[in-house]
Ligand binder design. Structure first.
Ligand code: GLN
Length: 304
């Protein structure tokens, strides 16, 4: 398949959609990003890389980081985790308080903010130096060393993260949080602030297209069954209250972040990442979704 040509076509065809969304501004440090950025990269299981646009520029990965921390938690305690966090699509915004109250402090899934905070609480049972270990894990998956936290973004989020503070306090009152709240929020804001490019993101999730095996070294990241489940969670919960529409339009497991990034996985084929900072009102990248929709339409590659 001529991926190079397909990416070039997509890059042309998404142009009319600039201006339809808005750059996230509830995290002040994210508001300054140039809305016209657009990058895309895909890596195949044969280790071929195709890219276009701003594919090597780093941006704030935000909630895409929830995939990495969930993966690390699954490596530690697979069964126990699911007693504390659910597995159903939320149908609600990623920071919904109402739903958490109805469900008595058990988050619907690990990709809404409340769920990601519980995942970090679980990780803190196992990691000695969580921030360093999370960063090392991401670097190892991406195959590069120069991936860092963006401390300005982490600080900005911490200063304005009142809803996340409310979510975690509420879960604590239901005894679903065991470590100090400040410590968990600190790890959460740092993991969200990680800056990566489309090329790095696509490389980092290629193991999910390879049944849990890292491509180069054949190192096992997750058991095949766990990788299948992680893909299932991405498909059903990766886009919050737009997960159904993403599955309908694109048809692959994926994860978005309010930095405008999206990573998608096509099992046994490839991993793909796209970045465009303008978001729709679900907090997902407008052009990112459009680009992936065009990609699966043009290539016929999807899980359906
Ligand atoms: N750091 C963001 C927050 O907690 C992550 C949200 C997202 O990317 N959907 O609000």
């Amino acid at each position: 398949m001529d991926f190079e040509k397909i990416l070039a076509e997509i890059s042309d065809e998404i142009q009319p959609f600039f201006g339809e969304g808005k750059v996230a501004n509830y995290i002040p440090a994210l508001a300054n990003v140039d809305p016209r950025k657009f990058g895309m990269a895909l890596v195949t299981l044969d280790n071929e890389l195709f890219e276009i646009g701003d594919s090597r520029e780093k941006f704030s990965i935000q909630s895409i980081s929830k995939v990495y921390s969930l993966c690390m938690a699954l490596q530690q305690e697979d069964q126990a985790l699911w007693k504390r966090v659910g597995l159903e699509p939320s149908g609600n915004p990623f920071n919904s308080l109402v739903q958490l109250e109805y469900e008595k402090g058990i988050p619907r899934n690990p990709f809404i903010n409340a769920g990601a905070l519980v995942v970090i609480d679980v990780l803190l049972n196992h990691l000695k130096n969580p921030k360093a270990e999370i960063l090392d894990f991401v670097r190892m998956l991406a195959g590069v060393d120069d991936i860092y936290y963006d401390y300005a973004v982490a600080k900005s989020e911490r200063e304005t993260g009142f809803t996340n503070a409310a979510l975690i306090n509420f879960m604590r009152s239901h005894k679903n949080i065991h470590h100090p709240i400040d410590q968990i929020l600190d790890v959460y804001y740092h993991q969200c602030s990680i800056a990566m490019s489309c090329v790095e993101l696509a490389n980092s999730l290629l193991f999910q297209a390879n049944n849990g095996l890292e491509r180069g070294s054949k190192k096992r990241i997750l058991a095949a069954n766990q990788a299948k489940r992680l893909n299932a969670i991405m498909l059903t919960c990766g886009f919050y209250d737009e997960a159904g529409e993403f599955a309908f339009r694109v048809g692959v497991p994926g994860k978005s972040g309010v930095g405008g990034g999206i990573v998608g996985v096509i099992p046994n084929e490839l991993a793909i990442a796209v970045w465009s900072p303008e978001l729709n009102n679900h907090g997902n990248s407008v052009l990112g979704i459009k680009a992936l929709e065009l990609f699966t339409k043009k290539t016929g590659l999807s899980i359906f």
